[in-house]
Design a protein around this ligand. Structure first.
Ligand SMILES: Nc1ncnc2c1ncn2[C@@H]1O[C@H](COP(=O)(O)OP(=O)(O)OP(=O)(O)O)[C@@H](O)[C@H]1O
Length: 451
């Protein structure tokens, strides 16, 4: 069933409705989008109703195709507000219905267990990435580049892409951080016996092993510059030479690369070949960091704890634990969340919910420091660190006043502990008068006594 919203309901759009229904009788005209996440909106101009419909559907991961019945719609702003596409009506219903059918097919693939049970989560940010992934894997032929911070599921995404290839052969994964230039890329291209010291046997290499299947180059940004031109040849022509041999071999595989580096920046800095970059980035998928999918934190955490405990049903959390899990920073993304769940599972017993004592001391909210301070140096500026924490808290419903208050509390605690409890020294550190700090501490004590 395709839902169809006719926003204008004038003569021209009614004719379009008739044409679409005649071409596909399963097209249902509705006033608001229905449960199926893909559909069509007919309209001819910007209107409050279009705005309303786009904001209601975009956040819910719907796939809305706007059909401009007459001229006068500004497509880029419609896309920016969440529509998947803007088409002009040219009298051919099949052209429009084909788009909806494709959108539906992509949605079905995203919901299929081979995707949804591997890359779990129901946030719009993940759904958008999964749509890009299945579209690239199923409907495009070329290489796929998967971008994202550490622990966002890039390797899982590569495995999903591999499984989606019809009749897929082997999946060969190479971690490019282990490819050493001194062996001239033997990991990738293989070597002949005696090609270098230690080459006691012939090795076929990953390019040959992946023939007929998928070659995944993890951390491709780390691939030594010396080997990039040879990789480019394999990608373009499917030919390579083993180290120590002059014979050309051929191979065919789907290339999937992953990196947490900004490859475009690496190209600008001269550390990555521009021609190779353009070749491997034929389709790009960006895996969202966990802070951009706060809706997924608690459901995935409860599922990971249950998994670690060998239970079928997700565990329950007390509200204290739920708040703490939501509010925590996860610089290592899903990997951090899973590891936290494993630490909690080791302490949680019985059928009851996870309680505050099940959080190991280092993971409790008053010690949230380690997760944040595990960041690489370049990420340690205040804005970046704060943005992560603030986003999670905003998503959890904390308002600006409470956020300010919490930051002030943390700063006061830190300054006092640095100053060994000396209020005057802490006040100097904080740039406030000691009277103001005494007053603040007295107020805090009163609040604690009341609660
Ligand atoms: N959407 C997800 N659902 C379930 N588990 C996930 C998801 N994304 C990531 N994980 C888990 O997080 C961990 C890291 O995943 P993966 O290795 O795919 O990430 P990555 O982006 O390749 O990390 P890195 O860049 O550090 O290699 C794994 O334990 C994986 O199972």
């Amino acid at each position: 069933m395709t839902w169809l919203v006719d926003l204008d309901e004038h003569a021209a759009s009614r004719a379009v409705v008739r044409a679409l229904r005649a071409a596909d009788p399963r097209t249902e005209v509705v006033r608001a989008p229905r449960a199926e996440p893909s559909g069509l909106v007919l309209c001819s101009r910007e209107s409050a109703a279009l705005d309303e419909l786009l904001s209601a559907t975009a956040g819910a991961g719907w796939h809305v195709i706007v059909v401009a019945v007459e001229k006068g719609l500004e497509p880029w702003s419609v896309l920016a507000r969440g529509a998947a596409d803007v088409l002009t009506w040219d009298g051919d219903p099949e052209a429009v219905l084909a788009r909806v059918a494709r959108a539906r097919e992509v949605d079905e693939l995203v919901r299929a267990p081979q995707v949804s049970a591997t890359l779990r989560g129901s946030s719009p940010a993940l759904a958008a990435a999964l749509r890009d992934l299945v579209t690239a894997a199923r409907f495009a032929r070329g290489p796929i580049l998967i971008l994202g911070e550490t622990g966002t599921g890039k390797e899982l995404a590569a495995r999903v892409a591999h499984r989606m290839e019809s009749g897929s052969g082997p999946l060969v994964v190479v971690d490019c951080t282990t490819v050493v230039p001194s062996l001239s890329g033997s990991e990738l291209f293989g070597h002949e016996k005696g090609a270098f010291t230690g080459a006691v046997n012939v090795r076929i290499g990953a390019c040959a092993a992946a023939n007929g299947g998928t070659l995944m180059l993890d951390e491709v940004g780390e691939l030594p510059l010396e080997l990039q031109s040879e990789l480019l040849r394999v990608v373009q022509e499917g030919t390579y030479k083993r180290v120590g041999s002059d014979t050309w071999h051929t191979t065919r595989f789907r290339l999937v690369c992953a990196t947490n580096r900004d490859l475009a920046e690496e190209v600008r800095a001269g550390r990555f070949r521009a021609d190779l970059y353009h070749r491997i980035a034929a389709s790009t998928v960006r895996m969202p960091p966990l802070r951009d999918r706060p809706e997924d934190v608690v459901p995935l955490f409860t599922a990971f704890v249950a998994e670690a405990e060998g239970r079928r049903e997700p565990v329950r959390l007390t509200s204290w634990v739920e708040r703490a899990v939501r509010a925590r920073a996860y610089p290592g993304n899903l990997r951090d969340l899973r590891q936290l769940a494993q630490r909690v599972a080791a302490r949680h017993v019985g059928p009851g919910p996870v309680t505050p004592g099940d959080l190991p001391p280092a993971d409790r909210p008053d010690r949230a420091g380690p997760a944040v301070s595990a960041e690489p140096d370049e990420d340690r500026d205040l804005g970046t660190l704060l943005a992560r924490v603030v986003r999670v808290h905003l998503a959890a419903g904390t308002n600006l006043r409470d956020l300010r208050e919490r930051v002030a509390e943390v700063a006061v605690d830190a300054a006092l502990s640095e100053a060994g409890g000396n209020v005057r020294a802490a006040a100097v550190r904080l740039g406030v008068t000691d009277r103001a700090l005494h007053h603040r501490l007295a107020e805090a004590r009163k609040r604690t006594a009341v609660s």
